[in-house]
Design a protein around this ligand. Structure first.
Ligand SMILES: [Zn+2]
Length: 317
């Protein structure tokens, strides 16, 4: 009788323990799902910064690849799926992605990541812009209407992008504020250290005059003291014309300019032609993380570009 009673008690206790274990596992699974915020960015540079700040509280996905032209990205069903499940959406803004982001957001039907919602981060907030027009004249073509949108190519502005991403993460997970802020602090410290090194490497070439294919480089040029004097594109987004190329060839010959910078996603024939006629050199710089396999982080992006520039300018002595 007593044995039976004990057996019943044990049975009940074991059942309770099993139930509690199941509940704990369900709750921890739910916590894990809540823990990792799904961050979708337009560019891999924003994704890299989001990883630095979000750490193990984020899962990230970048819509564009680093070797693509960020102004023109073809929509894919997988992008819509990613956006429909996203907690946070991070965009360069201005009009950089205006041709492809609005249709993707419309199709994703996720009110939490629309402009004005807590899950929407415009990375350009508080970023000092260059080449902002005094009126909308389309003088800068149809794709740089609100000022030059390629601001992530200045590593110091990367710190402002990081702060904007932090603000978005804190809106969604205020309980992890100090974790995100610690990551931001480390990111900024690392960035300052790197910037000092990059500036030292570029110091001998201050004031160097160069030509570029597309107007992607004003922020990089300003940071490192380069002077981009003209572009193979007559206007941003308009392919090189014979008259523009003739003008560039004249300019480079007369002013002894020897370097033509080109983005990885443009055909090099026009730049090669100009280089042949002027004894110049075509230098492919990376516009984003992932443009080359070795460029895995936002820091790598500038390591790569600074090395490439130093190599192309040659020995300062
Ligand atoms: Zn552009």
């Amino acid at each position: 009788m007593l044995t039976k009673y004990w057996n019943m008690r044990w049975g009940r206790a074991l059942l309770m323990i099993a139930l509690m274990a199941t509940m704990a596992s369900v709750m921890s699974q739910r916590a894990a799902a809540q823990g990792a915020l799904r961050v979708v960015t337009t560019l891999p540079d924003l994704e890299s910064i989001a990883k630095h700040i979000g750490g193990d509280h984020v899962e990230t996905f970048s819509i564009a690849a680093g070797f693509q032209n960020p102004h023109f990205v073809d929509p894919k069903p997988s992008f819509i799926r990613q956006l429909s499940r996203a907690d946070l959406f991070v965009t360069v803004g201005l009009d950089l992605e205006s041709g492809w982001v609005p249709p993707l957001l419309n199709s994703a039907r996720n009110p939490g990541i629309l402009q004005g919602a807590p899950g929407y981060v415009d990375a350009s907030v508080n970023v000092p812009l260059l080449q902002t027009p005094t009126s909308v004249t389309r003088e800068q073509g149809d794709i740089h209407v609100y000022g030059n949108p390629h601001y992530w190519l200045d590593p110091a502005r990367g710190k402002i992008i990081a702060k904007n991403i932090l603000d978005g993460l804190v809106r969604l997970q205020p309980e992890n504020r100090s974790y995100f802020e610690g990551n931001l602090e480390r990111f900024n410290e690392e960035m300052d250290m790197h910037i000092a090194e990059w500036l030292a490497q570029m110091e001998p070439y201050k004031g160097a005059r160069i030509v570029a294919y597309h107007n992607s480089w004003p922020y990089l040029a300003e940071r490192f003291g380069l002077d981009v004097v003209d572009f193979l594109e007559p206007k941003p987004g308009i392919p090189p014309t014979p008259s523009q190329l003739a003008k560039i060839i004249r300019l480079m010959s007369e002013e002894d300019i020897g370097v033509i910078i080109i983005e990885p996603y443009f055909k090099t024939d026009a730049a090669d032609l100009v280089a042949r006629k002027t004894n110049g050199e075509v230098v492919v710089l990376a516009t984003s993380v992932g443009a080359e396999e070795s460029i895995r982080t936002y820091f790598d992006l500038f390591d790569y570009n600074v090395d490439k520039l130093v190599e192309s300018f040659g020995d300062p002595n």
